[in-house]
Design a protein around this ligand. Structure first.
Ligand code: ARG
Length: 458
């Protein structure tokens, strides 16, 4: 199939060069957006009288046919076309003949490809946002099913304090909500219409870019033609938003991988989301979660790639920019797959309630609660810390528990310590007495569950 250039060349391009430069094998994904952009462009050219009304309407009719083919899933890209822009142009020519030659008036592939990518990014942002919400709902469902479960929480991967499992789950929901904010933000900055910048300097033809922006759904026209054809910030930002999501998902996966070990024994990942070992018959491995963790490396790699791709490029268009596509497409695909599979895991995962209950019986979880008790009795937090530190050390040395100390023994550590302190050595009490906003207090957590359930299902 013919290229969009060639008259200047005295010989054909080498097949190796073709193979190396063609992007059709991946940019065929942009078909729908390329056609939509071309329909808008033809409308504008016709309205402005740059091409005849009858030519414009033939072009639009032809493009609409191609659009319907794409929508029906009947579009097969031509591997012999250099890129999707060439493919669509050739198809249009085959459909309507000579008038097709007027479509590429006052346009270059340089502004065309940026438009296609922006429209694609907008669509994908909506898809990704929906996929994040889907996962948030699955996490919320899991939290809701296990509302009363209390688990150990960690700092430095050392058992620290007890929290409601739902509180831990709501932390994930918050992280993911910020991710949606990032997606929304980059969609806002994608909102400047590049078409009409042509190769780099604009055009002498009397185009109407404001009209193009309006019919393509942009709120403004890109103000500088050189910036418009060089700008790939919106791609960097979308990959970056994907990278942040995938980093979050990797952390979630890591929590669950740990929790599913015999050592932590907090959850049971459903067998349908686990794999076995070829040699050890007893194994039930969390490979799906490990691949979620591993996939984040891939998306982070793409983020590095796109930065490196751009950082040495002189203005304006350079063919290097073509390679933004595999990085972007795979970032989006990978992130979506991670979101989907994690949602499946949360929908089917069970909590090992007995094991959790056993683990949180350890009284070292409650030392901070006893400190708060002392502070309420007028002891400084520094002194309270020392008192508890000595109690913990003595008990470890003597193989005793703090809760087994008699009132006299308690008073030796501090006159402020009374027998009533013993009621604090209880996980239910520990979460109940937390009262600060954002804490694991059961009433506050229930309120948050309710808030998110309403918000996500709205
Ligand atoms: N396939 C190219 C890309 O993805 C389209 C733009 C080509 N422009 C050019 N001047 N060669 O960037």
């Amino acid at each position: 199939m013919s290229k969009l250039w060639g008259a200047r060349f005295e010989k054909k391009s080498d097949p190796l060069a073709d193979q190396f430069t063609f992007s059709i094998s991946y940019d065929h994904r942009l078909a729908k957006y390329d056609v939509a952009g071309s329909i808008a462009h033809a409308q504008m050219l016709g309205k402005q009288g740059i091409i005849g009304k009858s030519d414009a309407s033939k072009i639009i009719t032809g493009l609409k046919k191609i659009f319907l083919q794409i929508e029906a899933g009947k579009f097969k890209y031509d591997p012999k076309a250099e890129d999707i822009h060439t493919d669509i142009q050739n198809r249009l020519k085959a459909l309507i003949g000579k008038p097709a030659d007027k479509l590429h008036t006052a346009r270059s592939r340089n502004d065309q490809v940026v438009l296609d990518m922006k429209l694609y990014c907008w669509d994908q942002t909506a898809d990704l946002t929906e996929a994040v919400t889907h996962l948030q709902k699955a996490i919320l469902g899991f939290a809701d099913k296990n509302k009363d479960v209390i688990i150990p929480a960690y700092t430095h991967l050392q058992a620290a304090q007890v929290v409601l499992l739902a509180h831990h789950m709501l932390a994930y929901v918050e992280m993911l909500e910020r991710d949606k904010g990032r997606l929304f933000d980059c969609a806002k900055r994608t909102d400047s219409m590049p078409l009409g910048s042509c190769a780099l300097s604009g055009t002498s033809l009397k185009t109407d870019r404001a009209y193009l922006a309006k019919i393509l759904g942009f709120s403004k026209v890109a103000a500088n033609s050189m910036d418009a054809v060089s700008d790939r910030d919106f791609i960097v930002e979308l990959i970056s938003a994907c990278a942040m999501i995938s980093t979050h998902l990797s952390r979630v996966a890591e929590d669950l991988i740990l929790w599913a070990t015999r050592e932590f024994d907090l959850v049971d990942i459903d067998s349908s989301f686990c794999t076995g070992s070829s040699i050890m018959p007893h194994k039930k491995n969390p490979d799906v979660l490990e691949l979620v963790r591993g996939s984040s490396a891939q998306v982070l790699g793409h983020l590095t790639q796109i930065h490196v791709l751009l950082k040495g490029l002189p203005l304006t268009y350079n063919r290097d920019l073509q390679l933004d596509k595999p990085a972007l497409f795979d970032s989006i695909d990978t992130t979506k797959r991670m979101l989907l599979v994690l949602a499946g895991i949360f929908a089917t995962m069970k909590v090992n309630k007995d094991s959790a209950a056993q683990q949180i019986a350890d009284e070292s979880f409650f030392t901070v609660d006893v400190m708060d008790y002392l502070v309420n009795k007028g002891v400084s937090s520094r002194d309270a810390h020392d008192i508890l530190g000595r109690m913990v050390r003595d008990c470890l040395d003597r193989g005793k528990t703090i809760s087994s100390l008699g009132e006299k023994e308690l008073k030796q550590y501090s006159p402020a310590l009374g027998a009533d302190v013993k009621k604090l050595f209880n996980p239910q009490m520990s979460v109940k007495i937390k009262s600060s906003l954002g804490s694991t207090n059961p009433v506050l957590v229930a309120r948050q569950l309710n808030y998110w359930s309403k918000k996500l299902h709205a």
